[in-house]
Design a binder for this molecule. Sequence first.
Ligand code: MN
Length: 427
Amino acid sequence: MILQDLLMNLKSWIEIPAGSDFPLENLPFGIGRSREGEIAAYTRIGDTAVNLAALDASGVFTGMAFDYSAAFRQPVLNDFIAMGEAAHRALRKALQAFFAAGNKPDATLIKSLTGKVLFPAASVEMLMPVKVTDYTDFYSSIEHATNVGKMFRDPANALLPNWRHLPVGYHGRASSIVISGTDIRRPRGQTMPAGADAPVFGPSKMLDFELEMAFVVGKSTSLGEPVAAAGAEDYIFGFLLFNDLSARDIQSWEYVPLGPFLSKNFGSVVSPWIVTLEALEPFRVKGPEQEPGVLPYLKTEGLRNFDINLEVLIRPDNGTENIVCRSNFRHMYWNICQQLAHHTVNGCNINTGDLYASGTISGPEPGSYGSMLELTWRGTHPIRLSDGTERKFVNDHDAVIMRGYAERDGLRIGFGECRTKILPALT
Ligand code: MN
């Protein structure tokens, strides 16, 4: 594909506000509930949510090689995702043709679609887009791993010996992954305060976010069948923003020797729209140089990273949004193909609907660190918000908001936002 084809600047007869995350080149997929309570698959163009089940019922896809009707009526996208790449590409083409500016339907048809197929995006409640079958969290940012190593281990030897040889990860918990807009209660748990000789129980005092992206698996494998790094993208449907909420005080006491547990599984938040790999094609970039070289099964060619601007904001209760972090997905040391190849090299099978999160995405500069732990250096350099208050970690009633978008030559492909509010711990 040549660049001109990728950057075609499609015009639509649906109004797309300047700077929208959702031009006709994006066409992300999500699950929405209308005010009438009907749940269906949706895509989004500008500020318009498009009910795909209703669009299908209107006959727009008649004559296509794929029948989407059953998949669009499911409460999750797993069946649609499992239809495969050819079905997704054909649908994308059909949607881009139907909504193209040059193909504007007559006023009668537009009127009949309004409120049946086309809705103001704000009137549709977004739900979990997939049934998350399994969830893994990686640790693939070298800046993040280095910062954590400096704080908790040895500043001179921050990276553990395995880090540059394999994409470190752990099996997480699928049950507590929730959609943007879901409030999360501050967890209670066991911690070992500095200087104490016995652990105490209570609300976490070091509640943190982790700025991450996650990919959704689009194709299943059988047990015993590894995915080669070279073809790994065939197994990836698209991306979401991912907030891996973390309780640092619980984490530092519990994680030895088997890794994160209750400090991580009390709630992780995803953005509602899955942005497909296809929509992100124009934003491919080369990843960081890997030194030393990796084992043959982890070798990848070409542009396997993505230039996606990311930001995290904290909004105090009834306050204004404060940007606390600006990072970029391109910083990832280990790419998604290497993550999937490593995950399956032992024969571990994967399923449509699996979620693989990147790990905290920190950049090289202090303002680009993807967690409060790093931004405030374990609380030693608090962040001052616009209302004059300070944050070492996340307070009760704070909303944590993540946004992401890729942009070049006038084309912007965005993710919308991933938002959660922290509720006080149970008493
Ligand atoms: Mn994480």
